[in-house]
Design a protein around this ligand. Structure first.
Ligand SMILES: *[C@@H]1O[C@H](CO)[C@@H](O)[C@H](O)[C@H]1NC(C)=O
Ligand SMILES: *[C@@H]1O[C@H](CO)[C@@H](O)[C@H](O)[C@H]1NC(C)=O
Length: 430
């Protein structure tokens, strides 16, 4: 039946004719190219351009309003029902859940939603707010530019992590850790069922030496086995020249359900995460950032599993509930997480045959403490009764503590916390 409908539409007939012409042109080109190498190169460049344009069309939905950010980003306010998530075949008939049914810090305060930006607590905001806001019923989406996609190794890899890069602290396989140059300084808990995690992270703008390196600070919600089928939900801040084209510190999320192979992506760069919030754009710059021996700015991130429906929700700051990852995206995380990690990760490409000077956190070691080093404070997990609790049996892990390190502590104000980070290359980290 479907194929009858397909061929009887005049639109498709036109498409078919166009395809015949395209194939003929390709063939002519191809014959010509047998005698001309430069033509072959041009042909392949043209094909790539076509593929990039198609991908951009998929990613960038028609906006209701467009806001230009001072950092050069374009923020598209896209109608909430037109967001990338709904390209997912399983989400065709999905009814958006506008708010979680449960919040681990007590009842979700609907009144906070109507507060204007001025009344909000904390002064961390996103840079694009300087030039406008998105209307109700839309979500802000950072527009993907042609250059963004061209910087990726391929269109297919754009917005995805390059390789398995999850630190596996216990009984770890060194090959797995070291193969891609990823380095970590983290704290973690495992051994129970976890239904969420929280942390307050101070925000920095670490220097990243090579464009294909990055530096991030985030939390990981993990389940499954590290080889093939790891489920992961991640959120935090990152500097990633390859992904964003600059050195700005940006809010990001990531998810995968098969250890970074086929599923998942950063932000809204594939269908999966359903955003309900009109004020915060994933992948947009955070401002201001902390200064060494200067003002400290931190962000709050809470991710939790709604016991009703099983979706994983994310909150940024004290009152921005961003949206949720539908439970069906995952296998193990459909039930619960088995490990939580918090901390920093960088890529060290050893560009000049030595460790690069890409910084983690503030670029200073944890010993330096407040005002100088990066920190995670008030780190908590959501337990099986859906309450926020202090993590039990917090461990730490780092591949080379002379390059990047981590130090935990606890007190009344900050609960469980740790300082982390480092400068990368230094006399002890050659
Ligand atoms: C990872 O590689 C670095 C540099 O090549 C090496 O010094 C370090 O010992 C390795 N770490 C592990 C856990 O194998
Ligand atoms: C980012 O930082 C690197 C190293 O600090 C610098 O070489 C590069 O020019 C910067 N890139 C941009 C787009 O500012």
């Amino acid at each position: 039946m479907a194929s009858v409908a397909y061929f009887s539409s005049s639109h498709c007939r036109k498409g078919r004719r166009r395809r015949v012409v395209a194939v003929a042109l390709f063939f002519l080109y191809f014959c010509g190219c047998l005698v001309s190498l430069s033509c072959a190169a041009r042909l392949s460049a043209a094909m790539q351009k076509l593929e990039v344009q198609k991908h951009l069309k998929r990613l960038n939905k028609t906006p209701v309003k467009t806001i230009e950010s001072p950092d050069g980003d374009i923020i598209d306010c896209v109608h909430i029902s037109k967001q990338p998530a709904f390209d997912h075949p399983f989400l065709k008939d999905h009814k958006i859940q506008m708010r979680p049914s449960y919040h681990p810090e007590g009842l979700y305060d609907v009144n906070k939603e109507s507060m204007g930006p001025k009344e909000r607590t904390g002064s961390i905001a996103q840079l694009w707010h300087m030039n406008g806001r998105c209307p109700e019923d839309t979500i802000p989406v950072r527009r993907t530019k042609e250059d963004d996609v061209l910087r990726a190794s391929s269109v297919r890899r754009y917005g995805k992590k390059k390789s398995r890069s999850i630190p596996k602290p216990m009984g770890s396989d060194p090959d797995l850790i070291n193969q891609s140059g990823h380095q970590h300084a983290i704290a973690y808990v495992e051994g129970e069922r976890y239904y969420g995690a929280k942390a307050t992270i101070n925000v920095w703008e670490p220097q990243v030496q090579q464009p294909n390196e990055f530096s991030l600070s985030q939390l990981w919600i993990l389940a499954g086995s590290f080889g093939e089928d790891l489920n992961s939900i991640e959120a935090g801040w990152q500097v990633s020249p390859d992904l964003y084209g600059d050195n700005n510190t940006r809010l990001f999320t990531y998810w995968t359900s098969d250890a970074y192979q086929a599923t998942g992506c950063y932000n809204l760069l594939c269908s999966g995460f359903i955003q309900t919030n009109s004020e915060i754009a994933m992948g947009a710059s955070i401002s201001p950032v902390s200064g060494y021996r200067n003002s400290q700015y931190d962000i709050n991130i809470l991710i939790w599993k709604d016991p009703k429906g099983g979706n994983w929700w994310m909150q940024f700051g004290n009152d921005y509930v961003l949206g949720y990852w539908p439970s069906f995206l995952f296998s193990y995380l459909g039930d619960s997480a088995s490990m939580i990690e918090w901390g920093g990760e960088v890529v060290n490409t050893e560009a000049d045959g030595q460790h690069t000077s890409t910084q983690m956190g503030s670029g200073h070691f944890p010993e330096e403490g407040f005002g100088k080093a990066g920190y995670f404070r008030n780190i908590q997990v959501v337990d099986s009764s859906n309450n926020l609790k202090s993590p039990k049996g917090l461990g730490t892990y780092t591949e080379q503590s002379n390059c990047y390190d981590v130090q935990t502590g606890s007190n009344g104000d900050w609960g469980h916390y740790f300082y982390f980070g480092g400068p990368g290359r230094n006399p002890n980290c050659p």
